[in-house]
Design a protein around this ligand. Structure first.
Ligand SMILES: CC/C=C\CC(=O)SCCNC(=O)CCNC(=O)[C@H](O)C(C)(C)COP(=O)(O)OP(=O)(O)OC[C@H]1O[C@@H](n2cnc3c(N)ncnc32)[C@H](O)[C@@H]1OP(=O)(O)O
Length: 695
């Protein structure tokens, strides 16, 4: 588990526990013995610790967290390193994470290959760096950097680690040779100053301020998660408590987190994320089927999904033909793609070099013929089976025989798309989630015809574009939307039964989802739900109307149809279940303006008709009736007075707008009196009581 060798006066302790050299119990025992051996050996003057194979130890063995603890603990082993009078060098390559980085922080020196990454990802499995990481990192980097690294769990590359002082030097070439060379250069230097436990935290005087800043950040960014909060507390303790007291605090918080249900759930998610890559389907699996090489790709449709998918492919270095039928749509699509990539560069998420390369890889086109030689096509037009079949049939005829043809459908039967071609084995679904450039999930779907090679290829593409890919069999809604179906439908039923979108969303958001079903619907576009429902009904030979309450004996809600008919498609139109600051905006607010207008302007219109017909003689009659009959607030003077304050012009225009949109509600037929008053800009003084109306 730890290979021990001596090179001249340097002992090399090479952790050998593939695949990631995790500190399992056997490794801890092996390392403990090897350290003792090196300390006892009088010929040994320096020690190098490194990892065999692909990486420096990537942390504690997460699988052991569910088992009873077995001594020695990591801290116990690591403390021997710091105490020895022989310099200890951590020679890092690959990923030096969690317990691995803690091990390095107990060493007197750290050197790393330029491509190596270091980090404390514990927060992502619901714990904290519990082998002194929260106390030692701040002593090297200061609180700010340590808080950032520990609460985010992000990995940093060696050059950044060098900047923060986490490593002392970068090296190229062989790890053991570099370690030995460095160890020889520090062999006789004093070690007192190299022991982190002797150091103080440089920005300790700002501990309160930095901790407050991170506490509010993590509460906002990782709402509902316990570990980031405890990470902030533990790191702060490095500055406010003596080293040993800080360790006790770290240990208490670690125990609490380990016992929490959150950590167990997050560890389950960690292994599940890896388990889904071990896919299987009739006729093959991840071991038997080999992916085809993919270089050139095409995306059909430059809408929200198509552009998002194109961004994923471009960022991963694939050539992308973006096809649209219409020049304006194509130009808009290219603009959107550039905007997304530029935004990501500004946020530091995409390196400039990647963005520059992406620009050269994008090939906008309106000609299907340009797709003849691509290796993979992803069609992302709207959800319409006939349209998709038409496109696939066309692609089948003009693409080279090896091209894989995939549909970014969220619900349509892949078999029925595949039968539009003569290459059903090369047809599959690749269902991206909106926004495609951001959401991690890729649902890959095989039909009865899809070959394991095609499945292997799209799973491989998914991995290369940074998605977590699952492979599922084609069925109505596949996995995600099939399960999401009852969730969404029940949300609509709740609305029909009296809940508001905000109420439903906040229940789910309080549970921990970043967005409730209605905000998510607005984000995806409400036309999608409507089209899926219509297509589904059609496939069953049923034509739905707004009045439909049942489909094949099942209760349904046609609320999305109502939203669609009213142009409330979600964020993209600036209004859906919520209102947004602009089309494409993100700030969801209940559409108070429309609520107010529809309730008040409709009855103000009725008020003018009442005046017009002489039912009431004056606007005061109406206003007083409201004040004393309906408790209308006196400070607003009554609805007719209120209308005058807003301006009869505006009221009239909005009433016309609603009349156009709701032609079947006669209360929106504009009052003739209102039209005359607004056209002639008659002040209220001339149409209220005691005046002789000239109209
Ligand atoms: C007192 C407590 C002190 C310290 C606490 C800790 O150290 S907690 C652990 C901190 N470390 C991590 O969280 C690292 C987790 N691992 C990763 O992020 C990645 O695995 C890594 C190292 C970046 C490598 O990624 P890569 O994509 O190359 O491989 P993959 O993720 O598929 O992993 C390969 C298999 O190794 C298993 N594995 C990875 N890390 C651990 C681990 N720390 N413990 C146990 N097993 C680990 C992983 O599950 C894969 O196996 P599989 O059978 O496919 O599930």
């Amino acid at each position: 588990m730890v290979d021990y060798s001596v090179h001249g006066q340097v002992a090399v302790l090479e952790v050998n526990n593939p695949p990631v050299n995790a500190f399992s119990h056997n490794v801890r025992v092996g390392l403990d013995r090897s350290i003792d051996k090196a300390i006892k050996d009088t010929n040994v003057k320096a020690i190098v610790i490194c990892g065999k194979g692909r990486t420096f130890p990537a942390g504690a063995d997460i699988r052991e967290f569910d088992q009873p603890h077995k001594e020695p603990s990591l801290t116990l082993v690591f403390e021997k390193l710091e105490k020895t009078t022989k310099p200890v060098v951590a020679a890092i390559h690959g990923t030096c994470l969690g317990g691995g980085l803690e091990c390095a922080l107990f060493c007197h020196y750290r050197i790393a290959q330029k491509t190596a990454r270091v980090g404390f990802p514990e927060v992502q499995i619901g714990i904290l760096p519990g082998a002194a990481g929260t106390q030692r990192l701040p002593r090297l980097t200061g609180l700010h950097v340590a808080m950032d690294m520990i609460t985010s769990g992000r990995h940093i590359f060696a050059p950044e680690a060098l900047k923060y002082g986490i490593i002392d030097e970068m090296f190229t070439g062989d790890v053991i040779n570099a370690g030995i060379k460095f160890a020889k250069s520090v062999m006789n230097k004093p070690l007192e100053d190299r022991c982190l436990m002797n150091k103080t935290v440089k920005d300790a005087d700002q501990a309160d301020q930095i901790a407050d800043e991170f506490m509010s950040l993590v509460k906002r960014k990782y709402k509902g998660f316990e570990a980031p909060i405890d990470c902030v507390k533990a790191v702060k303790a490095s500055a406010t408590l003596p080293y040993r007291e800080g360790l006790k605090m770290e240990s208490r918080l670690m125990q609490k987190l380990l016992l929490s249900g959150q950590s167990a759930a997050q560890r389950y998610a960690f292994f599940s994320e890896r388990a889904v890559s071990r896919w299987k389907m009739p006729g093959g699996n991840f071991q038997t089927a080999k992916p085809l090489p993919i270089k050139s790709t095409a995306v059909i449709g430059a809408g929200t999904m198509g552009t998002g998918i194109a961004v994923c492919l471009l960022n991963a270095g694939y050539q992308v033909y973006l096809l649209e039928q219409n020049q304006k749509f194509l130009e808009n699509g290219v603009k959107t793609i550039r905007g997304i990539i530029e935004g990501s560069v500004r946020l530091g998420k995409t390196p400039m070099a990647v963005a520059q390369k992406a620009a050269t890889l994008l090939k906008p086109t309106m000609k299907y013929e340009d797709l003849a030689d691509v290796d993979l096509v992803i069609e992302a037009v709207y959800e319409n089976l006939s349209l998709k079949r038409e496109i696939f049939s066309k692609l089948d005829k003009l693409c080279k025989p090896t091209t894989l043809l995939c549909s970014n459908t969220s619900s349509l039967d892949i078999d029925r798309i595949g039968t539009a071609t003569k290459r059903g084995d090369k047809v599959a679904g690749m269902h991206f989630f909106a926004p495609a450039y951001y959401m991690r999930l890729l649902e890959n779907i095989y039909s009865t015809q899809t070959s394991p090679t095609t499945a292997a290829t799209i799973m491989d593409v998914g991995r290369k574009i940074g998605k977590v890919s699952v492979l599922v069999k084609s069925c109505q809604g596949f996995l995600a939307n099939r399960m999401r179906g009852p969730f969404a439908v029940e949300a609509y039923f709740l609305l029909e039964e009296g809940s508001t979108p905000q109420e439903v969303d906040s229940v789910m958001e309080n549970l921990g989802m970043p967005m409730g079903p209605f905000k998510t619907g607005d984000l995806s576009g409400l036309d999608i739900g409507y089209k899926i429902q219509t297509e589904l009904a059609k496939s069953k030979g049923v034509e739905l109307s707004v009045d439909s309450k049942f489909l094949m004996g099942e209760r349904i809600s046609t609320l999305t149809r109502t939203m669609y008919d009213n142009g409330r498609l979600g964020r993209k139109t600036g209004k859906g279940w919520y209102r947004y600051e602009k089309p494409g905006g993100k700030l969801a607010t209940p559409d108070e303006e429309e609520i107010l207008e529809r309730l008040m302007y409709s009855c103000i219109n009725e008020g003018f008709k009442i005046l017009e017909e002489g039912v009431a003689a004056t606007p005061e009659d109406i206003d007083i009736s409201w004040i004393y009959g309906f408790s209308w607030p006196k400070y607003l003077g009554g609805p007719m007075y209120y209308a005058n304050r807003i301006g009869l012009d505006k009221i009239y225009q909005r009433i016309c707008y609603y009349h156009e949109n709701f032609p079947y509600s006669s209360h929106w037929i504009p009052s003739r009196l209102l039209l005359k008053l607004s056209e002639n800009k008659v002040p209220m003084s001339q149409w209220c009581s005691g005046t002789d109306s000239k109209l």
